[in-house]
Design a protein around this ligand. Structure first.
Ligand SMILES: *[C@@H]1O[C@H](CO)[C@@H](O)[C@H](O)[C@H]1NC(C)=O
Ligand SMILES: *[C@@H]1O[C@H](CO)[C@@H](O)[C@H](O)[C@H]1NC(C)=O
Ligand SMILES: *[C@@H]1O[C@H](CO)[C@@H](O)[C@H](O)[C@H]1NC(C)=O
Ligand SMILES: *[C@@H]1O[C@H](CO)[C@@H](O)[C@H](O)[C@H]1NC(C)=O
Ligand SMILES: *[C@@H]1O[C@H](CO)[C@@H](O)[C@H](O)[C@H]1NC(C)=O
Ligand SMILES: *[C@@H]1O[C@H](CO)[C@@H](O)[C@H](O)[C@H]1NC(C)=O
Length: 369
């Protein structure tokens, strides 16, 4: 061990040689600095230049390129006069298109066609305003014409605006778009948002637009934040009724419900009343039976006979009062906060009369800060 730590004989000389080189370089750099003026003042007219460039686009002075934007499935054609230099500066697609022609016709879907002028203006001033409803269309344009900075900017915007208020929700459509674009980071952000805000998503009109794949991956997660398993079952039932997915999807989704987490009287009710189960009861008969068995014996006894190490017996993050208590903290600076609440001992109905008391303290307290 010791021997390998000892430096080899040649090292000292090599280091010295290196050191000398470094000193000489530093000295040379210093020398060239000495000759230049010490105080420089920056005249910054960049905003005026951008103003001028935008005027070029606005008035169409000395343009050399004509873009004809044809809206898909319509006769509408929008004509934009532009400058090849500015378009090709940021887009190799435009560079290719304009290499040997000055008039190009571009086919765009209506949502992109309507934003095209705004998109072209970005090439002249590097600035663009976005609304929630325009994000996908703008990202689509930036991707189609290879404008990487804009593409990144819109992705960033989407990630930061998942939680923004919108009338019918937008995250489901962003997720589906991220899948078509193979943007895994955006996909993951959307998925996390949907999972952690599921109650809100399930009650929005966007719920009906969830794709088969998204539904399958959502119902398998343990980190869903929602009122109760029954709420999920009802929402899934509504989704199946509206979308009529194929039988194998219905089976997968129904088998991903965690029936033991639903109290037996509610299980009994859905078994009797659900129109969906009237048709597909056979898919989950074994699971329902097992759930009733789970509720009728003590958890320890049950675990002796059944494998409980599977997702069906893992509670998700339920917000309803039998599972916990909501605690809204309006003033994090106050130091006297604690909360006491009771829940049932466990999800099994066998424990329904046994209560457990939780004492929650808010950290950091003033003392620990
Ligand atoms: C020049 O001014 C613009 C705003 O007018 C500013 O955004 C930019 O950072 C400035 N450039 C430098 C090098 O200070
Ligand atoms: C562009 O044209 C407009 C009107 O045709 C004119 O007022 C303006 O000065 C021109 N701008 C430049 C930069 O040439
Ligand atoms: C432009 O050149 C490419 C090959 O370089 C050719 O395929 C294309 O047809 C040309 N377009 C026109 C409009 O001449
Ligand atoms: C859930 O929604 C709230 C507000 O709508 C938001 O603040 C929060 O970040 C969302 N959760 C996730 C994981 O995005
Ligand atoms: C059901 O749909 C999925 C895609 O949504 C497909 O992969 C699968 O093959 C379909 N199964 C049947 C039985 O049609
Ligand atoms: C539960 O199952 C997982 C794999 O599914 C395994 O890694 C883990 O060891 C199991 N835990 C127990 C306590 O058996």
């Amino acid at each position: 061990m010791e021997r390998s730590h000892r430096p080899r004989p040649g090292w000292g000389r090599q280091c010295l040689a290196l050191l000398i080189v470094v000193i000489i370089t530093a000295h040379a750099a210093h020398k060239s600095d000495v000759g230049s003026d010490v105080s420089t003042t920056l005249l910054n007219h960049s905003s005026m230049l951008i103003q001028r460039l935008q005027e070029l686009l606005h008035f169409g002075n000395s343009t050399d390129t004509t873009l004809r934007i044809r809206t898909t499935s319509s006769d509408e054609v929008k004509v934009i006069q532009a400058h090849q230099l500015l378009l090709t500066l940021q887009s190799d697609i435009f560079e290719g298109l304009l290499a040997n022609q000055s008039v190009v016709t571009l086919q765009e879907p209506p949502d992109c066609a309507i934003l095209f002028e705004k998109f072209i203006r970005y090439f002249y001033c590097g600035e663009i305003s976005i609304q929630l409803s325009q994000a996908i269309s703008l990202h689509r344009l930036a991707s189609k014409y290879h404008v990487p900075a804009l593409q990144r900017g819109v992705t960033e915007y989407m990630k930061n605006h998942l939680a923004s208020e919108s009338s019918q929700g937008h995250v489901v459509s962003w997720y589906h778009y991220a899948v078509t674009m193979s943007d895994e980071i955006l996909q993951e952000s959307c998925l996390k948002f949907l999972a952690w805000n599921l109650s809100t998503v399930m009650s929005s009109s966007e719920w009906a637009t969830v794709s088969d794949d998204l539904m399958v991956s959502l119902v398998q997660r343990s980190d869903l934040v929602l009122q109760s398993e029954l709420e999920l079952f009802s929402a899934v039932e509504e989704w199946i009724m509206k979308n009529s997915p194929n039988v194998s999807i219905i089976e997968r989704v129904l088998r991903s419900m965690r029936y033991p987490m639903i109290p037996p009287h509610q299980l009994f009710q859905i078994q009797k009343q659900s129109t969906l189960l009237a048709t597909y009861h056979s898919f989950i008969q074994d699971l329902l039976f097992q759930a009733f068995q789970f509720h009728s014996s003590s958890p320890l006894h049950f675990a002796k006979y059944f494998d409980v190490n599977c997702s069906m017996f893992i509670p998700r993050n339920y917000l309803s009062s039998s599972w916990g208590s909501q605690w809204i903290i309006n003033n994090p600076a106050r130091d006297d906060r604690s909360l006491s609440f009771q829940t049932q001992l466990g999800p099994s109905n066998h424990d329904s009369s046994k209560k457990i008391t939780w004492n929650a303290l808010f950290f950091p307290t003033l003392a620990s800060r």
